[in-house]
Design a protein around this ligand. Structure first.
Ligand SMILES: Nc1ncnc2c1ncn2[C@@H]1O[C@H](COP(=O)(O)OP(=O)(O)OP(=O)(O)O)[C@@H](O)[C@H]1O
Length: 699
C-alpha cells in the first residue's frame, strides 16, 4: 500500500473562443494563504462572489506545458513505481477538455506529453526490462468500444470483474508500443474513430467518454511491476438549450448527462461513507471505479469556460470538484511474481486472468464461435453484426504524425485475445481453436459462477426473510392457540372479545409485514436499475415527488435530509439544471453551516398558447432569437422544472430585498459592486436575446 491519497483538483479556465462574448465573471486570485482560487460571480445575484480554492488553478493564458510539468509529470514516477494513476478532464461541453488532454500539433496536451515522458523515463530504468503498451476505448451511449478496432466492425465490449474485484473491459486491445512515433500513428488513427459531432457550442464536440490507458511493465528476474496511467477525456455535460441539439444529439446528450450524473452520485456516496456506492449505475463509473475510492492515484482537471452563458455550468463543475477532492483513494503497487498467475486490469486482456493460466494444460474441446472475434475476420470478408451508429470524427483535431493505415501496423494491431493466442501458441504449441475453446469456457464458467453467487445471495436473503416471517407467524399461532385453550363455556360473555380482536390485529399486522417484505425484496432487486426502468413521465413524476419532499424538509430547516432528497430527485431527472442549481446552493449551505432561504412556492403558470406561423415569421424578420426557437428546445421541460422547484427563474430578483444573501459557494463570500440588471438581457453568440414576455411579467 502506498498510503491514502486524495483526488487532486486542477482547475483550468480557457480563453474566450472567436465569436464568444466574455466578461470578468470568472477569475483566478491568490488568497492570503497563498492558495489560488477560482472566483465566480453568482449568476443570479451579481453582488455575490464565490471562491473555490484549489491546489492548482490555471488562467486563460496558461500553457499546456505549465499544467503538464506541475501536475502530470510527477505521476510518471508513480507509474514507474508500479501504481496506477488516473487523470480525468471534466467540464461542460466546449470548456477545453479535449484541448487539455489531446491538444493540437502546435500545442500538444497531457496525452502526448505523458507518452514522451514515459519513454524518456524508460531510458533511466536500465536494471529492468521495460515494455509499454496502450489500450484506448470510448464509452458511447453507455456502450464500450475499442478505439483500436475499426469502428465499422467494433463490437460492444462487456465490462466484467475478476475474482480480485478488479473491473476490466473484456476483449479490449492492449497494443505494445515501441516508440513515440508508433504511438502517434496508433493514436491519430484511433482518434479518427472517436464519436464527435457539431453543436452550437463546439464544432467538434466529443459525444463519448474516451479512456486511454498506458501500461508500463517492468520485469526483473521473477518480479513484474505493472504501472498504468489512465487518461480520461470525458464528454461534456450539456445544456440542450445552448447546444441546439437535434433528436439524435439529444439521445447522446441524455446518455452523457446521465453518466455524469451517476459520476456525481458516486462522489457524493463516497463522501457520505455510504455502504452502497452506485458504481454499477453506469459503465463510466464502473470503469473509473479504481480512480474513485479505489487504488489509483487520481487527478481531476476541471475545465471551465468563460462567459455568462456558462456561469451555472461552471458552478456545477466547481461544486463537483469540491466534492471530489474529499474522495480518498488507497493506491497499491501492482507487483507480481511471474511464477504465479498475473492479475487482470480493466484496461487489459493481454494478461490472462488467474483462472486462465492453468487452462492451457487442459485438453481441447469443441470450438465455440465468439462474437468478439468476428470483427477480426472482417478483412476476410466476414461482416460483423450491426455495428454501433457512431459519428466518426471527420478530421482529428490532433495530428501528431501522418496517419498510417492500420494494415501497416501489422501484428501490433492484433487484439488482446490475439496476443493471448500468440503467447499460448509459443509456449504450448497448441492450436488457435484450442485456445479459443479454453478462453470461452473460462469466461462462461466465470459468468456462471457470478450468476450462481448472485442467485445464492438472493436466496439467502429470501430465506432469512421467510424465517423471520415464520417466527412471527409462530408467535401469532401460539397466541391464538393459547386463546383457544381457554375453556370458553366457563368464561363470562364478552371476555374473549379483546383477545380475538388482538388475534385479528396480529393477522393483519402479519399480512402487512409480509407485503412489505415482498415489496422490499422487489425494491432491492430493482434498486440499481429502477431509474432506467421507468418511463420518462414516471421519472419526472418521481423526481417531482422527491423535490416536494425535499422542499418540505428544507423549509423545516432539515437541510441535510433535503439535500439527500434533492440528490435522489436528480437521479430521476439528471438533465434538470434548476435542480442542480438548488443542490449546489443547499450543499454549500450545509457544508458551510450557513442559512438557506428557500424561495416561496410559485403558483403554476398557464402554458403559453402556441405561436402561429405568422407570429414566427414576424419574429424572424426582426432577427430576434426567441427562447423557444432554439432547435431541440425544451421549454415545456423548463416549465416542468420550474414547477418542480416552485416556479423559480434565473431572472428572479435576489432574495431578501436585494441585500447580499448568505448563500456561500466555495469558502468565502465577498461583495463586488452590484451588476444586477445584467440578467434581464441574455446574450448568445453576440446576438441580443429578448427576454420572453413570461419572464418580463415576472420581473
Ligand atoms: N486553453 C485553451 N486555449 C486555446 N483554445 C482552447 C483552450 N481550451 C479550449 N480551446 C478551444 O476551445 C474549443 C473547445 O474546446 P474542446 O473541444 O477541447 O472542448 P471540450 O470540453 O472537449 O468539448 P466537448 O465536451 O464538447 O468535446 C476548441 O476550439 C479548442 O481549441
Amino acid at each position: 500500500m502506498v498510503g491514502g491519497h486524495r483526488v487532486k483538483i486542477v482547475a483550468r479556465l480557457r480563453p474566450p473562443i472567436p465569436g464568444e462574448l466574455s466578461d470578468n465573471g470568472i477569475r483566478i486570485i491568490t488568497t492570503d494563504d497563498g492558495l489560488p482560487s477560482i472566483c465566480v460571480n453568482n449568476p443570479r445575484d451579481h453582488s455575490q462572489v464565490f471562491k473555490f480554492p484549489f491546489s492548482s488553478c490555471y488562467g486563460h493564458d496558461s500553457r499546456q506545458e505549465d499544467i503538464f510539468e506541475a501536475d502530470v509529470r510527477p505521476l510518471i514516477d508513480v507509474v514507474y513505481s508500479g501504481a496506477t494513476a488516473t487523470i480525468f478532464a471534466y467540464g461542460v461541453t466546449s470548456s477545453g477538455k479535449t484541448h487539455t488532454m489531446q491538444g493540437s500539433r502546435a500545442q500538444p496536451g497531457v496525452i502526448p506529453r505523458a507518452v514522451e515522458a514515459l519513454f524518456d523515463h524508460r531510458r533511466q530504468m536500465r536494471e529492468y526490462d521495460v515494455t509499454l503498451s496502450a489500450s484506448y476505448m470510448e464509452i458511447y451511449r453507455d456502450e464500450v468500444y475499442d478505439l483500436f478496432v475499426d469502428r465499422e466492425t467494433a463490437p460492444k465490449l462487456p465490462v466484467r470483474e475478476n475474482d480480485a474485484g478488479q473491473v476490466f473491459v473484456a476483449n479490449l486491445s492492449l497494443l505494445p508500443i515501441e516508440d513515440i512515433s508508433e504511438f502517434n500513428k496508433l493514436y491519430t488513427s484511433a482518434n479518427k474513430q472517436r464519436s464527435v459531432g457539431s453543436t452550437l457550442l463546439n464544432r467538434e464536440s466529443s459525444r463519448s467518454h474516451a479512456i486511454l490507458t498506458l501500461e508500463v511493465k517492468l520485469t526483473q528476474q521473477d518480479k513484474v511491476l505493472t504501472g498504468r496511467i489512465n487518461l480520461v477525456d470525458l464528454a461534456g455535460s450539456e445544456n440542450n438549450k445552448l447546444t441546439g441539439n437535434d433528436a439524435s444529439r439529444l439521445q447522446e446528450s441524455a446518455a452523457i448527462n446521465k453518466s455524469l450524473s451517476v459520476l456525481g452520485q458516486v462522489v457524493h456516496a463516497l463522501n457520505q461513507g455510504a455502504s452502497r456506492i452506485p458504481y454499477r449505475n453506469s459503465k463510466l463509473t464502473r470503469i473509473l471505479q479504481d480512480a474513485l475510492g479505489g487504488s489509483s492515484v487520481g487527478v481531476l482537471i476541471c475545465n471551465l469556460a468563460p462567459g455568462l452563458k456558462f456561469r451555472q455550468d461552471t458552478l456545477n463543475t466547481l461544486n463537483f470538484a469540491v466534492r471530489t477532492r474529499n474522495v480518498e483513494n488507497k493506491p497499491v503497487v501492482n507487483e507480481q511474481d511471474t511464477r504465479s498467475a498475473p492479475k487482470l486490469h480493466f484496461s487489459a486482456v493481454r494478461q490472462a486472468p488467474p483462472k486462465l493460466a492453468p487452462l492451457a494444460m487442459a485438453p481441447p474441446t469443441t470450438r465455440r464461435p465468439r462474437a468478439s472475434i468476428a470483427p477480426r475476420n472482417a478483412a476476410s470478408g466476414v461482416t460483423s453484426a450491426a455495428g454501433p451508429s457512431r459519428v466518426p470524427r471527420v478530421s482529428a483535431a490532433f495530428h501528431m504524425a501522418e496517419a498510417a493505415p492500420y494494415p501497416s501496423i501489422g501484428k501490433r494491431r492484433e487484439s488482446g485475445l490475439g496476443i493471448i493466442r500468440e503467447r499460448f501458441n509459443v509456449a504450448k504449441k497448441i492450436t488457435d481453436q484450442d485456445i479459443d475453446d479454453k478462453i470461452s469456457k473460462a469466461v462462461e464458467a466465470e459468468v456462471e459462477r457470478r450468476l450462481k453467487e448472485k442467485l445464492e445471495e438472493m436466496e439467502r436473503q429470501r430465506t432469512a426473510d421467510e424465517e423471520r416471517t415464520r417466527q412471527e407467524a409462530e408467535i401469532a399461532d401460539t397466541t391464538r392457540d393459547q386463546t383457544f385453550e381457554i375453556p370458553q363455556p366457563s368464561l363470562p360473555s364478552g371476555l374473549l372479545t379483546p383477545l380475538l380482536k388482538r388475534h385479528q390485529d396480529l393477522d393483519n399486522e402479519l399480512r402487512q409485514r409480509l407485503q412489505e417484505l415482498e415489496k422490499k425484496y422487489e425494491r432491492d432487486k430493482l434498486d440499481g436499475d429502477i431509474v432506467h426502468k421507468l418511463s420518462p413521465k414516471s421519472r419526472k413524476k418521481t423526481g417531482r415527488a422527491y423535490v416536494a419532499l425535499a422542499r418540505a424538509h428544507s423549509e423545516k430547516g432539515d437541510l441535510q435530509v433535503a439535500l439527500d432528497l434533492y440528490r435522489k430527485a436528480e437521479s430521476y431527472v439528471p438533465d434538470n439544471m434548476k435542480l442542480k442549481e438548488r443542490i449546489i446552493e443547499i450543499d454549500l449551505a450545509v457544508s458551510h453551516g450557513t442559512e438557506f432561504n428557500p424561495s416561496p412556492k410559485r403558483a403554476r403558470t398557464r402554458r403559453r398558447p402556441r405561436r402561429t406561423t405568422q407570429a414566427r415569421a414576424a419574429q424572424s424578420s426582426l432577427n430576434i432569437i426567441p427562447e423557444t426557437s432554439v432547435p431541440g428546445d425544451e421549454s415545456h421541460e423548463e416549465e416542468a422544472v420550474m414547477n418542480l422547484l416552485g416556479g423559480e427563474s434565473k431572472d428572479d430578483p435576489p432574495k431578501q430585498g436585494g441585500r447580499v444573501t448568505n448563500i456561500t459557494f466555495g469558502v468565502e463570500l465577498t461583495n463586488s459592486p452590484s451588476k444586477r440588471g445584467m440578467g434581464t438581457e441574455a446574450y448568445r453568440n453576440g446576438e441580443v436575446r429578448r427576454t420572453s414576455p413570461r419572464k418580463r411579467a415576472r420581473m
